[in-house]
Design a protein around this ligand. Structure first.
Ligand code: GAL
Length: 654
């Protein structure tokens, strides 16, 4: 299958969503002039163009798109052509209410916004296939076409009747018999036993808490149904253009899709990333999403969307201070992106996103936003030929799994304060601050490339995943697990002893007596640090090494356990303590940081033979880098040290 390199041709793709249908034709020519000025080489057309392309059922209005495709061809700008299927035209909902999704409490999601389609609706799927077929037939041979972009940020849930029927089909295929389903769902509890497939519903709003395995299966079903929609469109475009790569854009750390599964079906993995410019941990969040996307792609990936300035969907929408757009874009490249794109090219004047920034803001060509975009375009052109296609070597893997997230995030838990993404972020941040380059992996993936495997929290682990973790340690690898790991099997059935016995044995946990979740703001003292969120009453095996809790009910009991190369952390250590603990464990496993002695706030990443240095601080810093280098950004040739200005960056070639 063609990959991202088929579209980049050795350059970093630079551009964004282009919605020219919002503008008169004169503006299109102005757009092209500015795009060329900024070094834009890629635009995504058609994401929300369904009503324009098919104004009435079955009609086709391609003339405007023909003009734009030709304009892009003549300007040397590649087109990522989107299927418009994420926002059906109003006529579809009006004529076919069965295409509209229904929430768990029975509310219809009407047209007038976007993404109002039911993944299970045969009518929706028929219309989506037809417009995709016609787009592929018409533009498959167009020289401007570089990639297909299917739909946009798949994210809808549906609890309606057609989805209910599809859910039953999905369950029949999974379980075969009602007995098997009743056993897996534990329906002996609360008189939930099913005597007929027809009685099974999506988890619609009940009087009191829902059946957790029903909810878990519904999450799996929803991800699978959306994936079916994607695959159906992908197969259509692939039939027309087997040489053109296909993608769909993920939302970062979004709970709705099992992105490991999805990534297998994509030629190019792409993501939309919008850290809050005011968030002191914005860079860490960016790094996490970038590492995860690269791992899903197993190589270079596409930053499909970011914002050149403010978004408009937070309570308060802050612009990016001078230099931050460039810095975060270079961070993405450092962590494997071969495409740096935006939502959107030109800021809208109407519609729900008119206060969302664009590469060309309302201030126009003279505005700071566009001027900074231009500078970035020149930077990316300078480094593109050196960086595209090159790999990042990581000796540490963080394990993540959507099924564990779904199962572990339901009602009726010991603590609703435990938030799966927050725990993941805390652990990845610790690795980031220790300058340890990190991949992500699925718990059943081959882990043999990694010296150190880190499991921040995997509440649900399959038997195969547990075997995999044990094999990793047996094979000489080091493993660190955080609390609430290995609690449930794949049906969300609690494992005997409250945590998998083989894991308990591995870590030297003789008995897990009780969990002691902590209130917001509450902390627990340990010998050398403070923990929050969670603590555990554990009786350790005799040969386990431990760091004990100090004071309180758990005084003297182990907070951290270690047996050989396996570590278990039963609380959430404060940020510096977790960083130091992981740095120590990594050192013991033979994993070195990218550079020693980096000043606080400076990120270092090696990609291929290049060393990226990124200063996330507002003050200039000097970084010691032994040897002579060429900085591909500035053209300078520093020896032994490099000075980075506020939000400054260097890309050093030996
Ligand atoms: C994304 C979406 C874009 C735009 C953007 C605004 O979720 O794909 O179409 O809405 O957010 O930040």
């Amino acid at each position: 299958m063609p990959g991202l390199s088929a579209a980049t041709g050795g350059r970093i793709l630079f551009g964004g969503d282009y919605n020219p249908e919002q503008w008169p034709e004169e503006t299109w020519h102005e757009d092209v002039r500015l795009m060329k000025d900024a070094g834009v080489n890629s635009v995504t057309l058609g994401v929300f163009s369904w009503a324009k392309l098919e104004p009435h059922p079955g009609a086709r209005e391609f003339g405007w798109l023909d003009t734009l495709m030709d304009l892009m061809r003549d300007s040397g700008i590649g087109v990522v052509l989107a299927t418009p299927t994420s926002s059906p035209p109003p006529w579809m909902g009006r004529l076919h209410p069965d295409t509209l999704p229904v929430t768990e409490d029975g509310r219809t999601e009407w047209w007038g916004g976007r993404q109002h389609f039911s993944h299970s609706s045969a009518t929706y799927r028929r219309y989506a296939a037809a417009i995709t077929e016609d787009l592929a037939a018409r533009y498959g041979g167009h020289p401007a076409l570089t990639m297909w972009h299917i739909n946009n940020e798949y994210c809808t849930f549906d609890h309606g009747d057609e989805a209910a029927a599809a859910f039953r089909r999905w369950l029949r295929e999974k379980y075969g018999t009602l007995d098997a389903l009743n056993t897996a769902w534990g329906t002996a509890f609360w008189s939930q036993g099913y005597d007929s497939w027809d009685g099974i519903l999506p988890p619609r709003q009940p009087h009191y808490m829902k059946n957790p395995t029903q909810v878990l299966d519904f999450r799996r079903f929803t991800s699978d149904m959306l994936l079916e929609c994607y695959v159906a469109e992908r197969d259509i475009v692939r039939r027309h253009t087997p040489h053109i790569p296909v993608t769909t854009n993920f939302m970062p750390l979004w709970s709705g899709q099992d992105a490991w599964r999805w990534a297998e079906e994509e030629d190019v993995v792409s993501v939309d990333l919008y850290p809050d410019p005011r968030d002191p941990l914005g860079a860490q969040h960016g790094a996490l999403v970038q590492d995860m996307t690269r791992s899903q792609a197993r190589g270079p990936w596409m930053l499909m969307e970011q914002a050149a300035g403010p978004v408009n969907w937070r309570g308060v929408n802050h612009p990016k201070p001078r230099g931050l757009n460039r810095l975060w874009s270079l961070q993405a490249v450092a962590r494997g992106a071969d495409a740096v794109c935006y939502f959107q090219w030109r800021q809208s004047r109407q519609g729900a996103e008119k206060f969302h920034s664009g590469m060309v803001s309302h201030a126009g060509e003279e505005g700071r936003t566009f001027q900074e975009v231009k500078r970035l375009g020149a930077d990316l052109a300078r480094i593109g030929g050196h960086v595209t296609g090159s790999a990042i070597q990581a000796e540490v893997a963080v394990l993540h799994d959507w099924h564990a997230w779904w199962a572990g995030s339901q009602d009726g838990r010991p603590s609703s304060h435990v938030d799966h993404p927050d725990v993941l972020r805390a652990w990845h941040r610790a690795l980031w601050e220790a300058h340890l380059t990190t991949d992500f992996a699925h718990p059943e993936h081959d882990l043999s490339a990694y010296r150190l495997v880190v499991v921040p929290q995997l509440y649900l682990l399959t038997d195969a995943a547990i075997d995999n973790l044990l094999a990793h340690v047996r094979g000489g690898g080091t493993l660190v697990c955080g609390f609430l790991t290995g609690i449930a099997d794949e049906d969300d059935r609690v494992r005997p002893g409250g945590m998998d016995a083989r894991l308990r044995e591995l870590f030297g946990i003789r008995t897990l007596h009780e969990w002691w979740p902590l209130d917001a703001g509450e902390t627990v003292a340990c010998q050398s640090f403070t923990g929050s969120l969670w603590s555990e009453e554990i009786e350790a095996a005799e040969d386990a090494e431990t760091i004990p809790y100090r004071g309180g009910e758990l005084d003297g009991l182990p907070a951290v356990l270690r047996r050989g190369r396996a570590w278990y952390v039963s609380t959430l250590p404060e940020a510096e303590a977790l960083r130091d603990l992981l740095a120590e464990i990594a050192a013991g496993a033979g994993v070195r940081p990218v550079l020693d002695g980096l000043p606080a706030g400076v990120e270092a990443v090696r990609r291929g033979d290049l060393l990226f240095l990124l200063n996330h601080g507002r003050e200039p810093v000097t970084v010691e880098v032994p040897g002579s280098h060429r900085d591909l950004l500035s053209g300078s040739t520093p020896t032994d040290k490099v000075t980075l200005g506020r939000y400054g960056a260097a890309v050093l070639q030996p």
